[in-house]
Design a protein around this ligand. Structure first.
Ligand code: KG4
Ligand code: ZN
Length: 355
């Protein structure tokens, strides 16, 4: 990869309100000057999932303050900003609406161009981000396989170059994070459960319970986690006493289930690497925070003589955040909308990526 642009890249103010986090960032090329996230996790905990109308109201209440904080933390003001970027989709329609409406108002008010960004593209390119004290250079990306593993997505994305994608495989039902969250709920863990499950799994035995390996005969690179979830429920019903497991059983359950989910991802990944020549493996999305998943993917990387797995430089960049949206915008400044095209920009809750 060779640098293709200098440090004189424009500053972008980016907004992501795709789900339950209100996030605004200031980026320059791949450099993250600020990345503010107002989490709504505590508001949705009672529902055991994200409640769209609650999310919309909270986004509306918080967005102005988050914009101000992102500018303040970056140490810049509106005169320094050259473009606005916003997540167009995929995501929850009411949530996306708030970010897009705000982005349009800011673009109009400050007479700035507006760049619509695909949220999955943000996760896929998030390993490129660098902290504020590093150069902003946009690197040429070629032939990278990026795994986006989150609560909403489980995608294998071939990045031919920035802006040119082929989605080689995806989940046909639940996303990996969603499966971890649902089984976590069954075990009485909080929502979302992925991080807590990782902690408990570290104390457990991944071989204690055996789960099936799904989709081995599907003949494609797709994933499925619904069957694993059902297998988990059946096992839980069998071993639980009064609807509860012992501490040791819970740790073993977490370790075994987490392993089953990650093994399924590695299985399809190996199939892809047997058939596609790629130069690097990247990982993005909330589940990318998991050290065991990173370890297992690194093992696959080594088996195929690839460099070590590339991951986002911080946990914040793994979860939903606006810095990854700004980073994508840095690669697509020539797609910016100006007045009067701005009005045409609409939310796309089902937006996909690649061919
Ligand atoms: O990317 P993200 O913040 O939101 C979506 O776009 O979905 O991902 C959230 C997901 C949740 O399912 C959460 O349980 C999972 O990421 N997660 C983890 C960990 N931290 C968050 N899963 C496994 N291990 C973790 N450490
Ligand atoms: Zn996401």
């Amino acid at each position: 990869m060779t640098p293709t642009a200098s440090d004189q890249l424009p500053l972008v103010l980016a907004i992501d309100t795709s789900c339950d986090d209100t996030s605004v960032a200031v980026t320059q090329g791949v450099r993250v000057l600020s990345n503010v996230i107002a989490s709504q996790t505590e508001l949705h905990q009672a529902y055991g999932g994200v409640f769209p109308t609650v999310a919309k109201v909270a986004h509306r209440e918080r967005i102005d303050e988050v914009v101000i904080q992102a500018l303040r933390e970056a140490g810049v003001d509106w005169d320094d900003i050259t473009a606005i970027a916003v997540t167009q989709g995929p995501g929850l329609a009411p949530s996306l609406e708030v970010g897009i409406t705000k982005a349009k108002a800011l673009a109009e008010g400050y007479n700035l161009p507006l760049i619509a960004v695909n949220h999955i593209e943000g996760h896929a390119l998030s390993p490129l981000a660098v902290p504020a004290d590093e150069p902003a250079n946009l690197l040429e990306v070629e032939n990278v396989l990026s795994l986006v593993i989150s609560g909403g997505h489980s995608d294998f994305i071939l990045i031919k170059r920035a802006g040119e994608y082929q989605r080689l495989g995806w989940t046909v039902d639940d996303a990996a994070g969603e499966a971890l969250d649902k089984v976590g709920r069954m075990l009485g863990l909080g929502y979302p459960a992925g991080a807590e499950m990782e902690k408990l799994a570290a104390k457990g035995n991944a071989k204690a319970y055996e789960f099936p390996l799904p989709m081995t005969t599907s003949g494609d690179y797709n994933l499925s986690f619904a069957g694993l979830k059902t297998a988990a429920q059946t096992l839980f019903n069998k071993i639980a006493v009064d609807g509860r497991l012992t501490k040791t059983q819970t740790a073993d359950f977490c370790a075994s289930f987490q392993y089953a989910v990650f093994r399924a991802i590695c299985y399809k990944l190996k199939k892809i690497l047997e058939n596609y020549e790629v130069s690097e493996l990247w990982l993005g999305g909330g589940v990318a925070a998991n050290q065991e998943l990173r370890r297992m993917l690194n093992e696959v990387s080594a088996t195929f003589d690839l460099p070590p797995l590339k991951v986002p430089y911080s946990m914040k960049l793994c979860m939903d955040n606006a810095a990854m949206i700004g980073l994508v915008a840095g690669y697509s400044l020539n797609n910016a909308l100006t007045q009067p095209e701005l009005e045409k920009l609409e939310r796309l809750p089902q937006l996909a990526i690649g061919s």
